[in-house]
Structures are given as C-alpha cells and as structure tokens.
Design a protein around this ligand. Structure first.
Ligand code: NAD
Ligand code: MG
Length: 398
C-alpha cells in the first residue's frame, strides 16, 4: 500500500477549467505527496502559461496547434524548463507515459475520451471527471481499465459519494439500488412553458455549484443527471431500473446507496469538488482538501428531497431511454446534446430546443450494437452532423 511519503505524479488534463483549478488547488496543498507533472488545456494559452508558472510541470500541452508558438514564448519568457507541446496525439502519449502515475481526466465532452482511454490502457489511477467518455464508450473504457489494472476513482460528486459508500465487493453484492441526488439546477420548479425564453446567462447561473458552461447548461436541462445515470451504470454495474434520481436542492447529500438489508448509506459534504478530488488523490487514505466540514445546523438544518419533473426536463427521461436501448444510443444522446448545448450557448436556438434536438436525433439514428470504438466514433460523428443540420429548424420550432 502507498505509504504516507510516496509521491504521486499527476497529469491534469483540462487544467484551465473548473475541475482543473480545483485539482491544482488540492495538489498545491500537498507538496510532499502530489506534484503536477503535465498540464493540458484546449486553447487558452495565457491561462495555461500562468498555471505553469505556479505549478512548474515537466510538460504543458495545448490541444489547439495554433497555440504552440504562444505557449513556447510564454514558457520561455517566464524562464521555465517546462516542455511545450500541441495536439491530441502527444496528449494521449503523455497520459500513458511514465511522466505520470495519476491522471485527472477533466476535459469537457467527448474530446476527453482518447486521453482517458490512453490513461486506462496504461494502468494509471484516473480521477474521472469527464463523464462524457463513460457515456460514449463506457464498456470499452471500463474493460480497458480492468485489463490494465487501472484504478478509476470517479470525481463526479455523486459517483464519488457512491464510491465511498461501496468500499468492497461484499457491499456491492448486497446493493439494492443507487439514488443519485440532483440540485434541480437554476430552473427547478418551473413549468415547461416558462422555459422557452430563458437565456444562456440564466442557464449557467447554477445555484449551488460553480462549473464550466457546458455542464452548467446540462444541469439546467437535467441532462447532466441523465449522463450521470449512464455513468453510474458503467462505474457500478447497475442497470437503469436500479438507479433513482431525487432532487435535493441543498446539494449536501451527494448520493445514497440502499442495501438489501434496508440500510441506506449516504455521503454528505459542502458542494465543493475539492473533496471528491482529495478522495481520488488520497484513496484509501484521507487527505485535506481545503473544504470545511459540514455543520447541518448552520446550513439551515434542512435536507429536502423531491421527485424530478420529467415534463419540464425531458432530457433525464431521454437518457434513461438511451441507457435501456443500449448500443450506440448513449453515444448519439451525448453527441446530439453537445451540439445542442453549444448552439444554445451561441444563441442559435432556445432552451427547449435542446431536448427536442436530442430526441429527434435519437429517433432518426437507429441504435446499433456498439462492439468497437470505431462504431461508437461513427455514431458520434453521424449524430453531430445530423444535429448540426437540424439546428435552424429546431430554432424555428422550439
Ligand atoms: P470547463 O469548461 O471549466 O473546463 C474544460 C477544460 O477542458 C478546460 O481546461 C479546456 O481548456 C479543456 N478542453 C476543452 N476541450 C479540449 C480539448 N479538445 N483538448 C484538451 N483540453 C480541452 O469544464 P469543467 O466544468 O471543468 O468540466 C470538465 C469535465 O468535468 C466535464 O466532463 C464535466 O462534466 C465534468 N464535471 C465537472 C464538474 C464541475 O464541478 N465543474 C463536476 C462534475 C463533473
Ligand atoms: Mg455530478
């Protein structure tokens, strides 16, 4: 077992994002046991250079090749020895290399799959935030991790909660069902008709969590919870009919597991992703995260729960249906949703067009068995193409 003084070398993929910032905050609290060796980002060169100055990694990767000259110049100007790289291939190679033993998979969207898969195949400890990679290719990713002896610690707060409540195979054997909690997002309690004119600014203003724009919109549509249902299915081997969703506006109970003997275990804490990340870095040890403990008395002393409203938020229903259909359906759901969210954020269509576009894309592309990465990638590509073409029509309808 890892001793107290063993050093983890960490690749933070998606370093400039919300999860990336939380991960680097936890890393910086433990200079004796955590070191960021690789930092990777999409296109924000300036932010990446600033993180390199603070964390002095061995390698910095910018996905967008146009960013390479700026990255090189920035690192040189800062007098850093950090090596600059660009593109996806080197990202996958570094995630699999000896430069790191631990990978924080925090790229947003299906773009995170190749590097997560590379880390799984190389047997790394993966702190998995990038839920889209499990939705798109859950079976393949879990199999690759199993074959290579990789450890996946989910850092999505709900799945991290379940991970903490299911410590061993015996607990797993007696599991009756999983209950994922959901904050309900910024539009909880609204009727469908009231959602037609909501703006991107309103949708990304999450009441409890501070997150990147894509997952914030997903939280507002409840697609985030839908993706999490599929994520839970892959991580914990539980079918959709044994996964429930309870809306819990305080976001203090992060999820629950119910056992055959009538026991329910839950994990509670303040809504701050550093807790889940610290669990991922330290497990099975506990390390400090910078998050205070939970005092339910000062939190108002209440924990409320209600059923989700599938009429106003059909994305959750669509995700349950895609999971039940299986094959390429979850990949199509995810791809259509990424296109829909991006079109909504660019004000090319309204909020209600998001579920409409996802539903239509699922109805148009028949689900096929998903026995290879190629099949899934092709389903992802077709769904993106089809959804993109339908945006103007959807904008007029919804
Ligand atoms: P974000 O938008 O804040 O950050 C995304 C990061 O990914 C950025 O660093 C960006 O540069 C990078 N990126 C984007 N495209 C890339 C590409 N093609 N190649 C390399 N890097 C790329 O998003 P976030 O909120 O940090 O979420 C990241 C992931 O974690 C998502 O999958 C999200 O669902 C999941 N997650 C986030 C939270 C949260 O609290 N923010 C909670 C649970 C799960
Ligand atoms: Mg979550």
């Amino acid at each position: 077992m890892a001793g107290l003084l063993s050093m983890r070398n960490v690749a933070v993929l998606g370093a400039t994002g919300s999860i990336g910032a939380s991960a680097l905050d936890v890393i910086a609290r433990h200079p004796d046991r955590l070191r960021a060796t690789v930092l990777a980002a999409g296109r924000n060169v300036e932010a990446l250079v600033a993180l390199c100055v603070a964390h002095r990694p061995l390698h910095a990767v910018i996905a967008d090749p146009a960013g390479l000259p700026g990255l090189e110049a920035g690192l040189r100007a800062a007098g850093l020895a950090t090596q600059a790289h660009a593109g996806d291939e080197i990202l996958d190679a570094l995630a699999a290399s000896d430069t790191c033993d631990t990978v924080v998979a925090a790229i947003v969207g299906a773009a995170g799959l190749p590097s997560t898969l590379a880390a799984a195949r190389a047997g790394k400890r993966i702190l998995l935030a990038n839920k889209e990679s499990l939705v798109l290719a859950g079976e393949l990713l879990m199999q690759a991790a199993h074959d290579a002896g990789a450890t996946i610690v989910p850092v999505d707060s709900e799945h991290n909660a379940i991970f903490q409540c299911l410590p061993d195979a015996h607990a797993h054997a007696g599991l009756r069902r999983i209950v994922l909690t959901a904050s309900g997002g910024p539009f909880r309690g609204r009727q469908r008709g009231e959602l037609a004119s909501v703006t991107p600014e309103q949708a990304v203003a999450h009441p409890k969590w501070s997150m990147g724009p894509k997952i914030s919109v997903d939280s507002a549509t409840l697609m985030n919870k839908g993706l999490e249902v599929i994520e839970a299915h892959h991580l914990f081997g539980v079918d959709g009919d044994r996964i429930a969703v309870w809306v819990h506006p305080q976001s203090l109970v992060h999820s629950l597991v119910e056992f055959v003997d009538g026991s329910t275990l839950a994990q509670l804490g303040l809504p701050d992703m550093r807790t889940a990340l610290a669990v991922g870095f330290g497990w099975p040890e506990r390390i400090s995260s910078g998050v205070s403990g939970l005092d339910l008395l000062t939190q108002g002393g209440r924990l409320d729960f209600e059923a989700p409203d599938l009429e106003s938020f059909p994305c959750l229903r669509l995700a349950f249906e895609a999971l039940a259909t299986g094959g390429t359906a979850p990949a199509v759901l995810n791809a259509a949703n990424e296109i829909a969210v991006s079109a909504f954020l660019q004000r090319r269509m309204g909020f209600l067009a998001i579920p409409a576009l996802v539903e239509e894309t699922l109805a148009t592309l028949p689900a096929a068995p998903a026995n290879s990465l190629e099949v899934l990638r092709e389903a992802d590509r077709q769904a993106r193409h089809l959804a993109e073409q339908s945006i103007p029509r959807m904008a007029a309808l919804a």
